[in-house]
Ligand binder design. Structure first.
Ligand SMILES: Cc1cc2nc3c(=O)[nH]c(=O)nc-3n(C[C@H](O)[C@H](O)[C@H](O)COP(=O)(O)O)c2cc1C
Length: 259
């Protein structure tokens, strides 16, 4: 029989944690941003102020991310030569060629250990860090994310997790380099969405693009083999006719399930 450990919420509530009350927020402002964000295929000839871009990038890096290991990078491609090349590598689509600004969001599963070490150093320099937080980054992440050279730990981890899973809830992934790619892309995709919503909140528009030649884009940015292109994102102000038709979604009943 599977043992299920019940979480003791009263103990958690009484533990000494930082008091960080939730501020009042403007729900309407948020939904206005969500409703008005559209993938923009043709941009007007209106520059995006640098501070707008920087705020949007800062917001993106505040996105939730797995284990706070921040396995993402934002590459802001600024020089005219590189921008032209990137637009060409985005298959010459107008969302790229007419863009005022171009970015590439990159997943870095290969940097988990570097960032884990940085996290440990950060915790060491933060007084009052609970022992459990150290344990997480000193032990757990090293078991969870280490796949061995070329992913050779996979069969061992599979056996271990499968056998453990017979008796108790057990994480099944990541147990392969491909799972690490998914892990980093999930985190990076959340940063992409925050970035696009931030652009809209600032009065600008964006388009996510996976229609690109990832091999050439990686070469252009000087990225290593294990880095992955999550997507390119263009930014600017939508031109008249720059949105190709009204937004369409299938009925939400087909996608929302209640259990
Ligand atoms: C991962 C991803 C990749 C996408 N790639 C492209 C692309 O290469 N070119 C493009 O014009 N739109 C691209 N889109 C935009 C989608 O076509 C668009 O989000 C969808 O049609 C819904 O429209 P909306 O964003 O205006 O709501 C992409 C979107 C996502 C999330």
């Amino acid at each position: 029989m599977v043992k299920v450990k019940v979480f003791d919420s009263s103990a958690a509530r009484s533990s000494k944690r930082i008091v960080d009350p939730a501020p009042v927020t403007d729900a309407k402002a948020f939904y206005d941003v969500v409703e008005s964000r559209r993938s923009t295929r043709i941009y007007a000839d209106v520059p995006v102020p640098e501070d707008v871009v920087r705020r949007a990038m800062d917001a993106a890096l505040k996105s939730p991310n797995s284990s706070n290991l921040q396995a993402w990078e934002i590459h802001w491609v600024r020089t005219p030569e590189k921008k032209a090349l990137l637009a060409a590598h985005c298959l010459g689509q107008p969302a790229a060629t007419t863009a005022q600004e171009l970015f590439v969001f990159v997943a870095r599963p290969d940097l988990w250990r570097r960032n884990n070490n940085r996290m440990i150093a950060h915790l060491r320099s933060s007084p009052g860090t609970p022992e459990k937080a150290f344990q997480y980054f000193e032990k757990i992440t090293k078991i969870v994310y280490n796949q061995g050279p070329l992913g050779v730990f996979r069969p061992f981890k599979w056996i271990w997790f499968t056998v453990r899973g017979w008796s108790k809830p057990t994480p099944r992934e990541p147990i392969a380099l491909a799972h690490m790619d998914i892990w980093a892309h999930k985190t990076t995709a959340l940063a992409c969405q925050t970035f696009m919503l931030a652009a809209r909140a600032e009065g600008f528009d964006s388009c996510p693009m996976e229609g690109l030649d990832s091999h050439r884009v990686k070469k252009l940015l000087g990225l290593p083999r294990r880095a992955g292109i999550t997507m390119a994102i263009s930014m600017g102000k939508r031109a008249e006719g720059g949105i190709f038709g009204p937004r369409f979604r299938f009925p939400s009943d087909d996608f929302i399930f209640e259990h």
